[in-house]
Design a protein. Structure first.
Length: 412
């Protein structure tokens, strides 16, 4: 019959936050005999650069006496330590715990807070004589030892690395996101429950060990509740989406020939834009372009927005363009004013421009102003050296009206 009762518990010490900040996870084990001041302690810590073999200064040997109860941990080469570094906690670790009692008595075993460990680390005390495991985060354990002296084969401390959660974004249709859990196979979860941001149960697993995943997820915030026995903790994770959500609009849906129309788009995660304007013109790479129409009519303006994940969305609006009310230049339709180009030169010519001060503006198809010039002659040429070959918009503006024409500028 067991005639002694042992208590192990983790103490919160003033260095806990310092250890956690330095990537060191530390446990202090105590043994106390009931109705006496007999007690002892040992510390076990997990840190990069340490190993389970005995080495100084990472480890310090236990100094024994013959009066009080003694608790210590053993390195892998069986050195009894007061302080024992056990390597980086990247998987489940098992540390042998030694006990020496000078006399029979009742000892208590319990656990206090372990604040510098991730809440996903399961910390158990194994009693191989009884075949039991006690969760040291929550419960008091009891163990009867019939003989005084040392015992190095009965108690073992089990510490697991916490599960690692990662997310794969939902695809172009926002329906195939995935949450992956990497886990040491030494840990068995009684249940794992996945909830969405509205606390609805999305998926569940029971009595599972090792890595697993949940698929078919839409974008959003999720909470995953892990249960081991009666111990439960929650991890949160965000699943993003590669889906492109697109809307477009215009500053106005009605305009006259020659007026600059401004278009706007809102698209999440889009990196590429292709606009078509219903008159064979295309603008790429710009989210909010400006554009001029030169023939009356009803046009469908469309945008295709896409991203590097090959996801895309399309949207369109309808624009009505009416004839301009006045040009301020006599008989434009009769070609009394000519705008044309050759190679990389733009030419404006017309007898009715003699003595009239006007402005010549040239735009590219993205609606960007390339150059503006004050002119008073009836024959004006402008060289567009440095500009790429393509379609340009030439706008002649007098005090009373505007005339605009598309021309092709090549290379000389």
């Amino acid at each position: 019959m067991r005639n002694q009762l042992l208590l192990f518990f983790f103490l919160s010490v003033t260095t806990t936050n310092i250890f956690a900040a330095n990537g060191i996870q530390k446990i202090i084990l105590n043994v106390n005999r009931v109705s006496s001041d007999v007690s002892d302690a040992t510390e076990i810590y997990f840190a990069q650069g340490t190993s389970q073999l005995f080495s100084t200064p990472q480890d310090s040997k236990k100094i024994f006496d013959t009066i009080s109860a003694q608790i210590y941990s053993l390195t892998s080469d069986m050195v009894a330590c007061y302080s024992n570094g056990c390597g980086n906690l990247v998987g489940s670790s098992v540390v042998t715990i030694g006990i020496e009692t000078g006399q029979a008595g009742t000892y208590l075993i319990s656990a206090s807070t372990i604040s510098n460990f991730d809440e996903g680390s399961i910390i158990l005390l194994e009693d191989r004589m009884l075949g039991t495991f006690t969760d040291l985060r929550q419960y008091t354990d009891t163990a009867l030892i019939t003989d005084a002296g040392q015992n190095q084969t009965r108690f073992y401390l089990h510490v697991s690395a916490p599960p690692v959660l990662s997310a794969i974004a939902a695809g172009c249709t926002n329906e195939n996101g995935k949450m992956i859990v990497s886990e040491d196979s030494a840990v068995r979860w009684t249940a794992v429950l996945l909830f969405d941001s509205n606390s609805r149960l999305v998926a569940s697993l029971n009595d599972t060990t090792g890595g697993f995943s949940f698929g078919g997820l839409t974008s959003g915030n999720y909470a995953m509740a892990f249960t081991s026995g009666s111990y439960t903790f929650v991890k949160t994770l965000i699943v993003t989406s590669n889906e492109v959500l697109l809307t477009i609009s215009a500053a106005a849906t009605k305009a006259e020939v020659g007026q600059t129309m401004l278009f706007y788009s809102t698209a999440n995660d889009a990196t590429d834009y292709t606009w078509t304007f219903g008159d064979s013109s295309i603008i790429t790479g710009i989210a909010n372009p400006g554009y001029n129409y030169y023939q009356p009519g009803t046009y469908t303006v469309s945008l295709r927005a896409s991203n590097s994940f090959n996801c895309s969305a399309n949207a369109s609006i309808t624009i009505d363009i009416s004839a301009e009310t006045a040009t301020g230049i006599a008989d434009v339709s009769g070609d009394s004013v000519q705008v044309y180009s050759y190679n990389n030169t733009v030419v404006i010519a017309g007898n009715n421009l003699t003595g009239i001060a006007y402005v010549c503006d040239i735009y590219n198809l993205a609606g960007q102003l390339i150059t503006t010039t004050q002119v008073t002659s009836s024959y004006f040429t402008l060289n567009l050296d440095g500009q790429s070959a393509g379609i340009y918009l030439v706008q002649v503006k007098t005090a009373t009206g505007t005339f605009t024409k598309k021309v092709f500028v090549g290379r000389s």
